[in-house]
Design a protein around this ligand. Structure first.
Ligand code: HEC
Ligand code: HEC
Length: 304
């Protein structure tokens, strides 16, 4: 991969670099030469009546230091990429260094993860080291969406409540993390009927969780719920196989109240949990999955 559009720019940049180095060197040599200007070794410049500028050469230590920096630049440019698109003799790249360090870290961690891989969620949740690793992985990869405390926010599920769209066993959680999930509810208004019908179904949905609702409207909406039952089940408890939400609890991922439900029916929703397989190894996902699992087990949470 080159940062330059064509070799002309590369030569141009390399040329400027070399010319600047040569210029520094020449300037240094000229400035180090002692030029006799006057018998009393002054330049003839006088300030504030009696302040005379002497014509001394550069101090040797200073000139030496300068030479060292120029020599350093030459050696550096020979070894590392710096002269235009020249790769340098060491063939070093930042991405190469990064992946080498990642490989090294993985190799160092391998024996540790090997110990965890065979363990169940229960066992891992009692292992402080595994939970510390899980917590770190969560903070680095998941907290930006699910929150540092994993309690989520509107649209991003709370992972501590044991209410699962896609399933809360370690296997299901690992599946979610590895391959990601797409929660997909189609806009349903047309299938339901008039805007009045939509409001009535929304009242019926509220009644399912025992939330405050208008009983007359809910009864009118009940027959319309058949179109929802295909995904949410006849009892509204949802189906984890397709990630349809449980409508009978008081947990609302996309907002609570008639308006929020009407919006869901009218607009539908596509909610994406991105796959992590490219970022995390299967071993990391195993430990992280157990950490997420442990968050929803109140007894473990309380013990921590
Ligand atoms: C870009 C935002 C984002 C990131 C990053 C993210 N998630 Fe998610 N996650 C979501 C969304 C959105 C959903 C809900 C998907 C749906 O509605 O079906 C979700 C769903 C989940 C679920 C399923 C919850 C359930 O009720 O079944 C789990 C478990 C989960 N995420 C864990 C994680 C873990 C662990 C990480 C870190 C590796 C992570 N997520 C990173 C956005 C994110
Ligand atoms: C095609 C399948 C499908 C149908 C049909 C469907 N839903 Fe959904 N619904 C879903 C899915 C999947 C989700 C979860 C979206 C997500 O992952 O964020 C959902 C979520 C919801 C939510 C949000 C729950 C929350 O916790 O905030 C409500 C409310 C809802 N549906 C109501 C309805 C109603 C009312 C109907 C019928 C008019 C209906 N749905 C029909 C699939 C469906």
């Amino acid at each position: 991969m080159s940062d330059f559009f064509n070799s002309g720019w590369s030569l141009y940049v390399a040329g400027i670099t070399i010319v600047s180095l040569v210029f520094c060197l020449v300037l240094l040599i000229i400035a180090s030469r002692r030029k006799v200007m006057a018998d009393d070794n002054t330049t003839g410049h006088v300030w504030d009546e009696d302040l005379r500028e002497l014509n001394n050469p550069l101090p040797r230590w200073w000139a030496g230091l300068f030479l060292v920096t120029v020599a350093f630049a030459v050696i550096y440019l020979a070894l590392y990429p710096g002269l235009g698109s020249n790769k340098g003799t060491l063939d070093w790249t930042s991405t190469g260094q990064h992946s080498a360090e990642m490989d090294k870290a993985r190799a160092q961690m391998a024996p540790l993860y090997a110990k965890f891989v065979g363990q169940s969620a229960e066992e891992l949740s009692k292992d402080p080291q595994a939970m510390a690793i899980g917590e770190r992985l969560f903070a680095n990869n998941c907290a930006q969406c699910h929150g540092a405390d994993a309690r989520g926010s509107k649209g991003f599920p709370n992972l501590t409540d044991n209410d699962w769209l896609h399933g809360g066993t370690l296997e299901k959680i690992k599946e979610t993390i590895t391959a990601g999930r797409v929660g997909n509810m189609a806009p349903m208004a047309a299938a339901v009927g008039t805007p009045e019908d939509v409001k009535n179904v929304a009242q019926y949905v509220l009644s399912l969780s025992g939330s405050p609702h208008n009983e007359v409207a809910a009864q009118l909406g009940k027959p319309k719920f058949v179109v929802c039952a295909a995904c949410h089940g006849p009892d509204g408890k949802g189906m984890q196989a397709i990630g349809s939400a449980n409508l009978t609890d008081k947990i609302w991922l996309h907002g609570y109240g008639e308006q929020a439900i009407v919006d869901m029916i009218n607009n539908g929703k596509v909610n994406i949990m991105p796959a992590q397989a490219a970022r995390l190894s299967p071993e990391q996902i195993h430990v992280l999955g157990a950490y997420v699992w442990s968050l929803s087990q109140t007894s473990t949470v309380a013990a921590r």
